[in-house]
Each structure stands twice: as C-alpha cells, then as structure tokens.
Design a protein. Structure first.
Length: 197
C-alpha cells in the first residue's frame, strides 16, 4: 500500500513495504512500564492507559529505542524519531535476562556499532519489511477567531501525513543470521557473564 494522502479525512490506513532500506540512529536500551507477554512496548514510557498485559509481566521490560528512516528506491518515505518495539529489540539484542538499562551505558558505542552492522547487512541482502499506519486529518486554522463558532472555511485539511511504524523485520535474511549478529556483552563482563553468550 502506498503512503499517500487520500480524499476523506479521519480515516486510518495501514501500509506494508517489502525490500526497503532503513537507517538507524541513536540506539539506546530503556526500561518499559510493561513486560507482559502480549506487549510490544511501542510506548514504553507512557503509563496513561492500562496495558492489557500489564499485570502478568513475565518478560524483561527492556526495549531498544531508536530513530528510524525508511527509504524506498532511495527516497525517504517514513521517518520516526523514537521507535520502540519488543519484536525489533529481539532482532538486535541477545538474552536480556538479569540486565538493567544502565548496564548498557558503558557499551553504548558497541551497541551502536552492532546495530549498524546488522542493519547494513540486511540492507544489502534483501532489505527490510515494514508495516505501520497513517491517518489523514483536519485541524482548525490558527487564524480562526477565538470564541466563535467555526465555519468550514476555518477548518483546513492536513495534507502532510505522518506515518507511524509498528513492525520491522528482514525481508530475506534468516533468523539464524540475525541471531549471529546480535549485540552481547563482552565475555569478561560480570553483568553479561551469566546471561550473555
């Protein structure tokens, strides 16, 4: 599905793109409020709503936060400054059992290099499949008179859409190849010695 504006406002559409290249910026491990089995941790620091799986939190609550730009045929089509996903975290990080977000601070450069190498490999070998959603909308003209009743001339359409990523995985690269490229703590690190490769 193309990511293009459509005529009716207020409708939400999804998109799926295969074989696209991505660029990653500022990968950082953070803690999430929810570690539930069904939670993908898209909004890890937002506790405004109760997550359906908030109570039975049986998984690690860590998630990888990163900036993502998606390019199709060399043209940027999606850009998201803060993308978080448990599923995407599992592409780039090994077992997180027994670790805290602060454990990654001394290894920030190693983490960044590891994620970049994995992304470069996938980009050169079939690219990524990404999915998400977008919505046309309308908003009130900033010049509309305050306190009055709005007429149609004061409601303007929003033609610039902002796609939201939900999902990202390699189109062709195997799980085994991705597992071999995952970040892990150095073997002599006491934090990673028990839970990392």
């Amino acid at each position: 599905v193309d990511i293009q504006p459509f005529e009716r406002d207020g409708l939400t559409r999804f998109f799926v793109l295969h074989g696209v290249n991505i660029t990653i910026q500022f990968p950082q491990v953070i803690s999430s409020f929810c570690g539930g089995t069904l939670c993908d941790r898209n909004k890890p620091n937002t506790k405004t709503r109760v997550c359906a799986c908030f109570s039975p939190a049986h998984q690690d609550d860590l998630v990888l936060k990163l900036g993502v730009q998606v390019e199709k045929n060399g043209t940027p089509v999606v850009s998201q400054r803060e993308f978080c996903s448990w599923r995407t975290t599992n592409l780039f990080l090994g077992d997180l059992f027994g670790t805290e977000a602060d454990d990654f601070i001394p290894y920030q450069n190693n983490l960044k290099a590891s994620v970049k190498d994995a992304v470069d490999f996938v980009n050169k070998n079939g690219g990524f499949s990404v999915a998400g959603w977008f919505c046309n909308g309308s908003k009130t003209d900033a010049t509309a008179s305050a306190g009055g009743v709005l007429d149609q001339s004061e409601i303007i359409g929003v033609t610039e859409i902002k796609p939201h990523l939900c999902f990202m995985e390699p189109t062709k690269v195997s799980k085994e190849a991705m597992d071999a490229m995952k970040f892990s703590f150095p073997r002599n690190d006491p934090v990673g010695g028990n839970s990392k490769k």
